[in-house]
Design a protein around this ligand. Structure first.
Ligand SMILES: [Zn+2]
Length: 464
């Protein structure tokens, strides 16, 4: 298990960080079942203060579950001992699934489709248009890497019928969207207009690329009733390009193969916890790194009879909503102002202060003319960026503005170089990593280990 000892929020601020009372959500049942009968958690039993102790305190005494630990212990260690694993596999109730990505990201998980579908349905109630539109039966188009969902085909193209599965249409069969030809993107538009999906689920960078083509080619495209962004971090650049051609409500859906659907963006732009299907513990950055409103999250899943995931370090940073209840009125569980990006994408200022992916994105996305970017920290005070530009903009002006934007993020001691690229490709399995530290950053050094008190921030949302 991770050696860090994440802490709980110790000050409950109004209703914003409220949880249902013990017994009303799955925290108690899940913990007691995991400790009693799931092999992976047997070594945790001695750390548990025990029944009768506050449930949040009990969770806070337990370690984080790291991806490497899941990989080392293997799938069956996370199945309750009273479940008949072989019968579950034979009946098709469960199956193995391999998460994609780089080697350190890959884990074999146990997939339970029934639980996954229920987790997804529960998340829809967190956005009013999703609650109306997404029924589980609506026609849906999906635009992502075929290694995430769909049918890959790197030589030639697959016909429309070969990319249909039930109510779904997979618009794309290519891993790298920079390889899409205008004809391929025209085909996607034609298929959207023919299929007329109620909902469109998309990797934001992929939908941004298609949106740029639609705008430039002056194509008309059908408007789905709802667009769900998922699979990767949505940049402000992606939102700008998508908004040029799609007017449907956009919502970000956040989760993972291990954890199901964890947060869903509401119509007021905050992200709400899917409390019926998960518990989320928050471990803030230290004040020196910009805490306590930004931190990482540990996810515990509920209601999956086959697979117990407790305090899983999902690897992302979030920013808590520092103002009162969300304007949408939802108040159960954690409310987030934003996802801040992957922990492994944190870079440091020359003085060693953490900079999240979102901070970089907020700055560089203000430079008009940039269509794509990647920022790398190559030394303590050295940063380089690659930017791909719109055909109409002046390279020298964009280069200068990009450098100034990054200097504003990293401070006066930063040495920033910017190079123009023709186009930038995603990493496998088809996700962009917009910011990368190329020097070692110890993630555990960024987070609080002791109790932290959170108070309402009078400066308003987004200004903690
Ligand atoms: Zn809301």
């Amino acid at each position: 298990m991770s050696e860090s000892q994440p802490v709980q929020l110790t000050a409950i601020n109004g209703t914003r960080f409220s949880r249902p009372a013990p017994g009303r959500d799955g925290s108690l049942d899940t913990l007691e079942t995991a400790l009693a009968s799931v092999p992976a958690y047997q070594s945790w039993r001695k750390l548990d203060p025990g029944p009768g102790t506050d449930i949040d305190h009990r969770y806070s005494r337990l370690p984080a579950l790291a991806k490497g630990t899941m990989r080392a212990l293997g799938v069956r260690a996370f199945v309750p001992s009273d479940q008949d694993f072989d019968a579950g596999m034979a009946s098709g109730a469960i199956e193995y699934v391999q998460t994609s990505g780089s080697t350190d990201e890959q884990v074999t998980n146990l997939w339970c489709q029934e639980w996954w579908n229920a987790s997804e349905r529960a998340s829809w109630r967190l956005h009013s248009r999703a609650a109306q539109t997404l029924t589980g039966a609506q026609p849906e188009a999906i635009l992502t890497s075929p290694l995430c969902a769909g049918m890959p085909c790197e030589t030639g193209y697959l016909p429309f019928e070969a990319r249909r599965l039930g109510r779904f249409l997979f618009l794309n069969e290519k891993i790298d969207p920079t390889e899409w030809t205008p004809e391929h993107m025209d085909r996607m538009v034609d298929e959207l207009n023919r299929f007329r999906p109620q909902s469109l689920e998309a990797n934001p960078s992929f939908l941004a690329r298609l949106s740029q083509h639609i705008a430039r080619a002056r194509r008309k495209v059908v408007q789905p009733r709802m667009i769900i962004l998922t699979y990767e971090y949505p940049s402000l650049l992606h939102y700008r390009f998508i908004r040029e051609v799609f007017s449907a409500p956009l919502a970000s859906s956040y989760g993972s193969t291990e954890c199901g659907y964890v947060f869903m963006e509401c119509e007021a732009g905050r992200l709400h916890q899917n409390t019926a299907f998960c518990r989320v513990d928050f471990q803030p950055f230290t004040a020196a790194h910009g805490g306590p409103w930004v931190g990482r999250i540990l996810v515990t899943t509920f209601n999956n009879p086959w697979y117990f995931v407790v305090r899983f370090d999902i690897g992302d940073l979030v920013r808590l909503e520092p103002q009162g209840a969300c304007p949408c009125g939802r108040s159960e569980g954690l409310t987030l102002a934003a996802i801040e990006g992957r922990v492994k994408n944190v870079t440091l200022t020359p003085e060693g202060k953490a900079v999240t992916q979102r901070q970089v994105d907020d700055a560089i996305s203000q430079v008009m003319g940039i269509e794509q970017y990647e920022v790398r920290q190559i030394g303590r005070n050295q940063y380089e960026a690659s930017i791909a530009l719109a055909p109409s903009c002046a390279p020298s002006a964009c280069e200068k503005q990009a450098r100034e934007a990054l200097e504003s993020v990293y401070g006066g001691g930063a040495k920033v170089s910017v190079a123009i690229a023709r186009a930038l490709s995603p990493e496998l399995p088809g996700k962009y990593r917009l910011v990368k530290p190329l020097l070692p950053v110890d993630p555990d050094s960024l987070f609080e280990r002791g109790p932290v008190s959170l108070k309402a921030d009078p400066r308003g949302p987004g200004c903690p």
